[in-house]
Design a protein around this ligand. Structure first.
Ligand SMILES: C[S@@+](CC[C@H](N)C(=O)[O-])C[C@H]1O[C@@H](n2cnc3c(N)ncnc32)[C@H](O)[C@@H]1O
Length: 292
């Protein structure tokens, strides 16, 4: 009788009935832990070009869990293109939308520099597209580009953390001094420019409603965000994001990314509590329509 699994030695056994990914059971279980430490390689030039990019190596582990090879991943807040670079290296298709041309161009050039881990004939049709536009119009942008909207299997993204970058902070000081971008733009469509907290939540939700429309049923969404300390208090942005998106997306879990490599800075010492926030939330949602 033909066995229904492939033995991958130390990595464990891959079950051919696995519906979600190309991982073994052992790799699957490891990923389900609710926190992880991820210390990416130094970001060099990337850190200079964009004020808040996430590491490709981190996106890649999520992509490898939530998709199979050759499936299609979407990022509606692409920035300098980490998600597409991760897709390329993981042999997935990728579509990224970025409002600002300056970051879209950097994304394209980053993509040119990254080859696929597996580059065989079999993967020659994979595509990694940077679309410049406002993700409020995501469905239309996809229609204009592809005619028929491609089936989106997974979305991973990191939206602006409200207008946090526009608030001066000790971490921004170095960027300001070096004349690097401290925030994305002055464009009114950039949701990082919305100063009213509730309005921000609403506009963020509208974009994820667009993502919902193009996502396949049972597809997952991962939103990387954080609570924000501003005006002497915490705004629970991560928790409110779960609440506001849950009107259609089904919230499934959070995975907490522990940033063990960030230097501690003296905040409020000898005076009052101000935390060194060295973690971020990777919020997991799923589209689950009952009528299918
Ligand atoms: C946190 S950054 C994403 C960084 C990205 N993960 C990376 O690694 O470079 C958020 C991005 O969303 C973009 N953005 C803001 N509002 C947008 C909108 N309405 N449509 C599309 N992109 C938008 C900003 O220009 C910014 O580059």
């Amino acid at each position: 009788m033909k066995q229904n699994y492939e033995d991958r030695g130390e990595l464990g056994k891959y079950n051919f009935n696995n519906k979600l990914n190309n991982l073994t059971g052992k790799q699957w279980i490891k990923f389900t832990k609710s926190w992880f430490i991820h210390n990416p390689p130094p970001r060099g030039k990337k850190k200079i070009l964009h004020p808040a990019s996430f590491p490709e190596s981190l996106v890649k582990i999520f992509i490898e869990f939530f998709t199979k090879e050759k499936q299609t991943v979407l990022d509606p807040f692409l920035g300098t293109g980490s998600t597409l670079v991760a897709c390329r290296s993981a042999s997935r298709n990728g579509i990224g939308i970025e409002l600002l041309e300056k970051y879209g161009e950097i994304a394209k050039s980053n993509l040119k520099q990254k080859s696929m881990d597996k580059f065989t004939e079999d993967f020659a049709d994979l595509y990694h597209d940077v679309l410049i536009g406002d993700s409020h119009n995501l469905e239309k942008l996809l229609k204009d580009k592809y005619g028929e909207i491609p089936s989106i299997d997974f979305c991973i993204t990191s939206p602006p953390y409200w207008d946090q970058l526009k608030r001066s902070s000790m971490r921004q000081k170095e960027r300001k001094e070096k004349n690097w971008d401290t925030h994305y733009s002055e464009d009114s469509r950039d949701i990082g420019n919305i100063s009213n907290y509730n309005e921000f939540l609403l506009e963020q939700k509208k974009i994820f409603d667009e993502v919902y429309k193009v996502m396949k049923n049972k597809g997952y969404l991962v939103v990387i965000t954080n609570n924000v300390f501003a005006d002497g208090r915490i705004y629970p942005l991560a928790f409110d994001t779960v609440k506001s998106l849950s009107s259609n997306w089904v919230p499934k879990d959070e995975k907490i990314w522990l940033q063990n490599d960030k230097p501690l800075i003296p905040l409020g010492v000898n005076s009052a509590w101000v935390g060194n926030r060295h973690h971020q939330y990777c919020l997991i949602f799923r589209k689950e329509e009952k009528n299918e």
